[in-house]
Write a protein that binds this ligand. Structure first.
Ligand SMILES: *Cc1c(COP(=O)(O)O)cnc(C)c1O
Length: 473
């Protein structure tokens, strides 16, 4: 057993609590948090003393500073805003779509108290939580029915588990995708209890390949929009219309996982085209699944639209209960869908679309204004390392798998270390770490020996300036 060295004179908890220097913290933070901080600080010191028994006893000012630092660290939320200057608009690790003001207001209204979440105000009977968004989804996509779960991975899981358990799901080999982290189509299939029936080859799959696979154990044909990569060159996929017609003739549901899935034609806003659920339904899909927080620009959700009889099966599955969305998500989603009723004002009101369609000239002007701000901040911070700041043309990407090849012309700042540690990886890493340590962390990307700050997603210019004018490096 390690004994505490007698030479170490750490004060007792009660003694520390009685220090006059702690009175202010006790008054502002409350007794229990301060007590916890004192205990944690003393425990750390005790542990350190075991490793270096001969060390001097800490002086009270040092202990006090340690206690204050602990309380400050605990007061800081773990989940907090950052500036996304990564150049990826829908960045999964940075929370994907920013929500419009209307959605924030709807969340605040519903979050604070009781609501008619599953309560039909007309009849006074139990309602369905999907009702708050289903009419909008029907109206916007032309589908017969709709349901919503936690995310698109859950939506796919629900579709497979409800319509294809212990049966075969026919999928083209070119569409057996992995989407970020741990979402692999073959694994989702196994988890949902379905048998994967692969058809065609990686680069080419024909209608006949699907037709040859139909059999008594077939449950559905699944088409996955290969959103995060593209097979170029000698490639082919079965035509969606023909596949839809073939499924109809065989009496098998044709399901399309769109991934991103925008409800409007993006070309209208000068953006590259992305297939819409409306188009998939018109081509013959019986069900279409897509995310709420990708191009749709809403909260994290998985949306399924399509045939009413199939949607009814999904709603009856107990999995639906496990995968359902909470009231905050539904409040936000309803508010976002409402914005789609007016496509003319959508670009102004929906942050995702506003950022994607932001004119490059506007971003360049912003970069010109911010260049001196960053340059001044960097001069203050470092003596051993000079960092050049230039305005450069960049290209942003949409992110979250949407349109992997297309790039959006953008502008930003390139921060290049020069001098002794020039181009050294560690200097760049240190610079990136300093930006992440700001009161509102700034997240850029490192490429070609420089730290790039793509300004497409920076809308709060005053907030950003404050960060560099008050926070000395
Ligand atoms: C993103 C994506 C998913 C997963 O959607 P989440 O909402 O992130 O769960 C599934 N399928 C495709 C094709 C996707 O692009």
């Amino acid at each position: 057993m390690a004994l505490i060295p007698a030479a170490l004179h750490l004060p007792a908890v009660d003694q520390v609590l009685a220090w006059p220097g702690l009175a202010g913290l006790l008054a502002s933070q409350g007794r229990q948090p301060v007590l916890d901080a004192v205990r944690a600080e003393l425990a750390e010191r005790r542990a350190a003393a075991r490793l270096a028994p001969a060390g001097a006893a800490p002086d009270p000012a040092e202990l006090l500073a340690g206690i204050t630092a602990k309380l400050q660290a605990w007061a800081q939320p773990s989940l907090r805003p950052v500036f996304n200057l990564s150049g990826t608009v829908l960045h999964t690790n940075l929370g994907r779509a920013p929500l419009p003001a209307q959605a924030l207001a709807a969340i605040a209204q519903v979050a604070a108290g009781a609501s008619n979440l599953e309560f039909d105000l007309a009849s006074g009977r139990r309602g369905d939580r999907d009702d708050h968004v289903e009419a909008w989804l029907r109206r916007l996509t032309g589908a017969e029915a709709a349901t919503v779960v936690n995310n698109n991975a859950a939506a796919l899981m629900l579709v497979l588990g409800s319509l294809a358990r212990r049966r075969e799901v026919i999928v083209s080999r070119g569409e057996l995708v992995e989407i970020g982290g741990s979402f692999r189509l073959p694994e989702i299939m196994a988890l949902a209890g379905c048998k994967l029936r692969e058809v065609g080859t990686t680069n080419r799959t024909h209608l006949q390949d699907h037709a040859d696979a139909f059999g008594p154990r077939s449950a559905m044909v699944l088409k996955v929009h290969t959103s995060n990569y593209r097979i170029e060159g000698f490639s082919a996929a079965a035509d969606e219309r023909e596949l839809g017609a073939l499924c109809k003739q065989q009496g098998l549901p044709f399901v399309v996982d769109l991934g991103s899935g925008s409800l409007v034609d993006m070309a209208r806003y000068g953006l590259p085209r992305e297939p819409t659920p409306q188009q998939a339904l018109a081509a013959g899909a019986d069900l279409v699944t897509f995310s709420g927080d990708k191009l749709l620009g809403g909260p994290q959700a998985g949306i399924v639209v399509g045939r009413a009889d199939l949607i009814a099966k999904l709603k009856k599955n107990p999995l639906k209960r496990a995968l359902r969305c909470d009231k905050l998500t539904l409040a936000a989603l309803e508010a976002v869908l409402r914005l789609y009723a007016d496509p003319e004002r959508l670009q102004q009101q929906l942050p995702t679309l506003r950022l994607l369609a932001r004119p490059a000239a506007q971003i360049e002007a912003l970069a010109q204004r911010l260049q001196p701000v960053l340059a001044a901040w960097l001069m203050l911070g470092l003596s051993d390392l000079a960092i050049a700041v230039e305005v450069v043309a960049l290209s942003s990407q949409i992110g979250s798998g949407a349109l992997p090849v297309e790039r959006l012309p953008s502008h930003g700042l390139r921060l290049t270390p020069s001098g002794a540690k020039r181009r050294s990886g560690s200097a760049l890493e240190a610079l990136a770490a300093r930006l992440r340590a700001l009161p509102v962390p700034v997240v850029g990307r490192i490429a070609d020996g420089a730290l790039l700050l793509d300004l497409r997603c920076l809308e709060d210019e005053p907030g950003f300036r404050t960060l560099f004018e008050t926070g000395r490096a």
